[in-house]
Ligand binder design. Sequence first.
Ligand SMILES: *Cc1c(COP(=O)(O)O)cnc(C)c1O
Length: 360
Amino acid sequence: MERIYNFSAGPAVLPREVLEQAREELVNWRGCGMSVMEMSHRGKEYMGIHAQAEADLRELMGIPEHYKVLFLQGGASSQFAMVPMNLLRGKASADYLNTGEWSKKAIKEAKKYCTVNVVASSEDRNFSYAPAQSEWKLDPNAAYVHYTPNETIGGVEIFWTPETGDVPLVADMSSTILSRPIDVSKYGLIYAGAQKNIGPAGVTVVIVREDLLGQPLAGTPTMFDYKVHADNESMYNTPPTFAIYIAGLVFKWLKDKGGLAAMERINIAKAQLLYDYLDSTEFYRSPVARENRSRMNVPFTLKDPALDEEFLKGAKGRGLLQLKGHRSVGGMRASIYNAMPIEGVQALVEYMKEFEKTHG
Ligand SMILES: *Cc1c(COP(=O)(O)O)cnc(C)c1O
């Protein structure tokens, strides 16, 4: 069977070129006689792969020298705890923006370690928008401000960077990292699970300003202390070597594509194709406020939810998979990360038009 178009929210589609290169190199990596999976993480081959992946990520995102790049495990969900454990630095409270299911999880976990001040919330309208900065009630004494620039489930994205003065800004970028250029210097810490826009599940990227390290909460496990990982170049223990290798191939692929500014142009075009069609018909509907429509995760509903099952069945028949929406939103969700080619979005829109014609 030919490859299908995979609209999964994560683990998600990877670039075909990356998969093919990995296959080429799987059994015998560049003539060294073994697979990357079999290499010592302290050996020169793997150390080279690791260093190159970091260098390429730094180049792609323009990460300044005084930031550490960590390749950790435990997913973005572990960061919900690691962030307060490391960044409270003697303070009693942290500010959190609540824009959806992932924000809520981050807030719930942070409450184990500190007082959480929710600066603003969009729960009043089922997380269909992001509150403007003018509505945020920031606390100048907060240890940090945490937000989720792209809510993967609700499909709500914030395209501006919050202004938090001297209070470090922390972002869960799991589903938007690498989709467009960002100014890393505006952030104290950025984290992202890999399985949306970076690579396979198993590695979590943390980008953190150096001066924030070294004051973990008493009792913080060694493995949860950023400084331990920073001082050991993410090799305090065995890193997820194969996942980092694939992520490295994705970084090279992004560089070949022209970097993040080029990716942003493509991502805008892809998202526009889908949203323009959604806006042109009554048959489908986007539940998200226009200015917050995610370029990565596009939820939409059918006018008649009784047709959902048939829609999904027909989509599957055309090789358009994983379109079922999250239960909290209902309907459909098309995740169109970097690795989703524009042809996949075109095929989806074609199918949606045809389905409307036959069922509208
Ligand atoms: C997927 C996701 C998570 C959870 O990531 P895990 O790696 O499964 O822990 C957290 N935040 C956002 C925004 C996500 O999209």
